[in-house]
Design a protein around this ligand. Structure first.
Ligand SMILES: [Zn+2]
Length: 314
């Protein structure tokens, strides 16, 4: 018999908030959103500003266990498991990470060693990398989080990888993983919950704004980012809603399609500017968001970084 889920979800929010207020002020409050009978989104509470707990986690209840997509920032394993326990008693069996970053793989090592961790092969290489001294200093570590999996913690490195496409589980539990090329990093996976018609985009669409492009540490690419979005929009079907990497609520599929249009318009303007001999500054100062993408934000620092990478062919 199914309990009153709405009531449970409200309780999770309250309990988490209280816990944070009283005992764990260093951690941000989280909210559980129900997207389908067996699919939930664990997001920062609406009151949380900035990075909060990190990227959005998907909680997917299968016939024999729970699959998580992304594990937020180091230290959030207890909060994630607490949210899972309000939904089901089943064990966490699988973790899929959309990419290598510290705010998406942070709590991987806080789940049992038996959990099957699935990532794109380039993300596995990033997590296994010995080149972790990138100076980014997130929680004292690297942005690609490879220093978190050294020594004893190497046992929490990915168990399974794929190159282009992979299906995790079967039947109604099927989760389709897609890789279409470089973008935010060089190992960004689009995760489609087939039956629920929902896709986790990771940071290929963090929110409705220009992306952070991790060119320096994780081999992301400004020139490929838009192409990868275009391929994903064309190559994936049967999705109605997306869980963005950081947006506090899910968004319609059309917003994901438009996100590619918004980004590729920046690419076109940068290419035209470069061809006309204009400077990066001139392209940035003359840029305006096209009216059909008016809900999308081009913060000046992100715009400048993106145009500079495009000028440099990166
Ligand atoms: Zn990221």
């Amino acid at each position: 018999m199914r309990r009153s889920l709405l009531a449970i979800l409200v309780m999770v929010g309250v309990v988490t908030t209280v816990a944070v207020n009283e005992a764990r002020q260093d951690r941000a409050a989280l909210t559980v959103l129900e997207l389908d009978d067996n699919l939930f989104m664990l997001a920062n509470a609406p009151s949380v500003q900035g990075m909060g707990g990190g990227g959005n986690t998907a909680i997917f209840v299968t016939s024999d266990g729970v699959t998580l997509v992304d594990t937020k920032i180091k230290g959030y394993g207890t909060d994630i498991l607490g949210a899972v326990r309000e939904i089901t008693d089943k064990p966490v069996t699988t973790i899929i990470n959309t990419h290598t970053h510290w705010d998406h793989t942070g709590a991987n090592a806080e789940f049992p060693e038996s959990v099957n961790i699935v990532v794109h092969q380039n993300t596995a290489a990033n997590l296994r990398s010995d080149d972790c001294d990138d100076g980014s200093g997130f929680q004292g570590g690297s942005i690609k989080n490879c220093d978190a999996f050294k020594g004893e913690n190497a046992r929490f490195l990915p168990d399974e990888t794929f190159s282009d496409r992979m299906t995790v589980h079967s039947g109604a539990d099927s989760i389709d993983l897609y890789y279409f090329g470089r973008g935010h990093t060089d190992g960004d996976t689009f995760v489609v919950f087939r039956e629920a018609r929902v896709m986790h985009t990771g940071d290929m669409m963090a929110r409705k704004g220009l992306p952070y492009l991790d060119v320096p540490s994780s081999n992301g690419s400004a020139t490929e980012f838009g192409k990868t979005l275009t391929k994903a929009a064309a190559g994936i079907s049967g999705v109605d809603r997306v869980i963005p990497g950081h947006n506090p609520v899910p968004l319609p599929w059309q917003d994901f399609v438009d996100y590619g249009g918004f980004y590729n318009d920046v690419v076109a303007k940068a290419e035209a500017g470069k061809a006309a001999g204009r400077s990066v500054d001139e392209v940035v100062s003359s840029y305006s968001v096209p009216s059909q993408y008016s809900e999308y934000v081009a913060a000046e620092d992100r715009l400048r970084a993106t145009v500079q990478y495009l000028y440099d062919g990166q």
